[in-house]
Write a protein that binds this ligand. Structure first.
Ligand SMILES: NC(=O)c1ccc[n+]([C@@H]2O[C@H](COP(=O)([O-])OP(=O)(O)OC[C@H]3O[C@@H](n4cnc5c(N)ncnc54)[C@H](O)[C@@H]3O)[C@@H](O)[C@H]2O)c1
Length: 372
């Protein structure tokens, strides 16, 4: 009989319900939907109506004890490493949604614990499956444009309305979310940035809290990065631009790569420029499939959870740098970051469950794909 992985889901909100329906439709080869959990009784009731046979739980501990082999964690960010730790201790394979969490402290130990327990620990960095970004990663890795001199990523098409921030009470605050555009929308880009161009040695950033929305976290960020080899990088993002753009430009000693509007243009000394076009892809499905294959066939993950710690370290450094108005060296001082987070949480009004929380319109889901 074909081997299968029994997968449960914790958090069946916007994205958790996408993963649930992907599994329920048997789109993941070898993956079997085997349970779901949410603290929201209304969501559980809707699930009961749609999937009468599915085991449903209010407490994630009960789901983890229900005999599943693997779990997808799609709750608000703070809970990702907390629930992951519980699952890893029980020998359950884990796929967390991005970001890894809100801070890096304890993250490396958790990844090591997963290795020690022999469980697969992945993260939903679905844009790594975009063929243009993986091509850029390969081109740079293979030295096609030589040593990187400079790169600039303007990724301002993460537009979000005030309604979006009010749709769930955890959004837009240090207590509920632990960060803004750098932690919720741009982790995908920060991950690709470091995947393609490497980790910086230092960061200076300007993060503007509540510049375009009534929120206490940042909705605009500009990061200046310096690299060991003398290269520099700039990363600009916001949820405030209605007509934003997405352009990544990498300049190397022997050539350049430009990604924009679903095209990658490669120019190299002495060669005619080449253009590669984006292909249709379903990143979320591909990552769940990759995770399932890693469990079944012991394959290496495209997006191990440890990789998610890198983009988190960059955003944590950016917050610290902006707060102190000075350059911050990597590796980050994790305790200093926790001190910063504590101050930010204490300086805002308490976040309470907002009774007016309402689901977002279905068109919102389209925003999770790469947005050129
Ligand atoms: N990879 C992507 O493209 C992508 C897209 C959207 C969201 N996300 C990430 O997924 C996470 C969830 O985002 P969302 O937009 O789906 O949020 P959401 O608020 O719609 O869903 C979160 C769900 O978790 C549930 N929940 C909260 N605490 C829980 C607990 N203790 N136990 C069980 N369930 C609990 C909530 O009731 C809710 O149903 C976030 O971390 C976000 O960054 C990733």
């Amino acid at each position: 009989m074909e081997k299968t992985v029994k997968i449960g889901i914790v958090g069946v909100g916007n994205i958790g319900s996408v993963h649930l329906s992907t599994l329920a439709k048997n789109k993941v080869k070898g993956g079997v939907l085997s349970g779901a959990c949410d603290i929201d009784a209304q969501k559980l009731k809707a699930l009961k109506d749609a999937y009468p046979q599915l085991s449903l739980f209010e407490d994630y501990e009960d789901l983890l004890n229900s005999g599943i082999d693997a779990v997808i964690i799609a709750t608000p960010h703070y809970l990702h490493p907390i629930i992951a730790e519980r699952a890893i201790e029980k020998g359950i394979h884990v796929l967390i949604e991005k970001p890894f969490g809100v801070f890096t402290k304890g993250g490396e130990a958790l990844c090591q614990r997963a290795r020690d327990k022999g469980v697969v620990f992945g993260i939903m960095l679905n844009q790594r499956t975009n063929k243009l970004f993986s091509l850029a990663h390969e081109l740079v890795k293979n030295g096609e444009i030589g040593k990187i001199r400079r790169h600039v990523w303007i990724i301002t098409n993460w537009y979000r309305t005030q309604e979006y921030y009010e749709s769930d009470s955890w959004r837009g605050s240090w207590q509920g979310e632990g960060g803004g555009v750098l932690l919720n929308q741009a982790p995908h880009n920060l991950d690709l940035w470091q995947w393609i161009c490497g980790m910086p040695k230092s960061i200076y950033a300007i993060c503007k809290n509540g510049k375009y929305h009534d929120i206490s976290v940042e909705d605009e960020a500009t990061i200046f990065a310096e690299y060991e080899n003398g290269a520099t990088g700039t990363f600009i993002t916001t949820t405030g631009d209605k007509y934003g753009t997405n352009r990544l430009e990498i300049s190397g000693e022997r050539g350049s790569i430009v990604l924009e509007k679903g095209r990658l243009i490669l120019q190299r000394d002495g060669q005619t420029p080449r253009t590669f076009r984006d292909k249709e892809y379903n990143g979320h499905l591909e990552i769940v499939q990759d995770f399932t294959n890693a469990i079944l066939y012991k394959k290496e993950l495209l997006a191990p959870a440890s990789e998610g710690l890198k983009s988190l370290e960059i955003s944590n450094c950016a917050y610290l740098s902006s707060y102190k108005n000075e350059k911050v060296d990597l590796p980050i001082n994790e305790d200093e970051f926790l001190g910063f987070l504590d101050i930010m949480q204490k300086n805002e009004d308490p976040v309470s469950k907002n009774e007016t929380d309402k689901p977002l319109s279905s068109t919102y889901q389209a925003k999770w794909n790469t947005n050129w």
